[in-house]
Write a new protein. Structure first.
Length: 99
C-alpha cells in the first residue's frame, strides 16, 4: 500500500477498495457484517450493490444514495457527514462494491 505525506501527495484520483476496507473495519464493522446475512445493529452490507433498492429507504442502490445514507445515517446509524473525509467515503463505496 502506498504511503505518502499529504503535502506531496496528489489529490486522490482513483477509489481504493483496500483503504475502504480499513475504514469499514474501523467505522462500520461493529454494526454491519461484510459477509453473510447476519444482522448486527444494521443490515449485512454483503451484496449491497447487487440489490435493486436500499432496505432503509427504498431508494435505488447507487453511489449517490449510498453516500447519502453514510452522510445522514438515521434509525440507529450515526451520520458520517463530518466525521469521514470525502476520499474515505469514496474508498468505502469502492469496497462495498466488492462484497
Ligand atoms: C452504530 C451502528 C452503526 C454504524 C457504526 C454504522 N451503521 Fe450503517 N446502519 C445502521 C443501522 C441501524 C442501519 C439501518 C438504518 C435504517 O433502517 O434506516 C444502517 C444502514 C446502513 C445502510 C443502508 C442499508 C440498506 O440496505 O438500506 C448502509 C449503506 C450503511 N448503513 C452503511 C454504513 C457504513 C458504510 C458505515 C461505516 C462508515 C456504517 N453504516 C456504520 C447502523 C450502523
Amino acid at each position: 500500500m502506498a504511503i505518502c505525506l499529504t503535502a506531496i501527495c496528489p489529490a486522490q484520483t482513483k477509489p481504493d477498495p483496500d483503504k475502504g476496507n480499513e475504514v469499514f473495519d474501523e467505522q462500520c464493522a461493529q454494526c454491519h457484517t461484510a459477509s453473510g446475512d447476519e444482522r448486527k445493529a444494521g443490515p449485512s452490507l454483503q451484496f449491497l450493490f447487487a440489490k435493486p433498492k436500499l432496505e432503509s429507504n427504498g431508494k435505488p442502490v447507487n453511489d449517490a444514495n449510498v453516500r447519502e445514507k453514510i452522510d445522514t445515517g438515521g434509525k440507529g446509524m450515526p451520520a458520517f457527514k463530518d466525521t469521514l473525509a470525502a476520499d474515505d467515503k469514496t474508498n468505502l463505496i469502492a469496497y462495498l462494491k466488492t462484497l
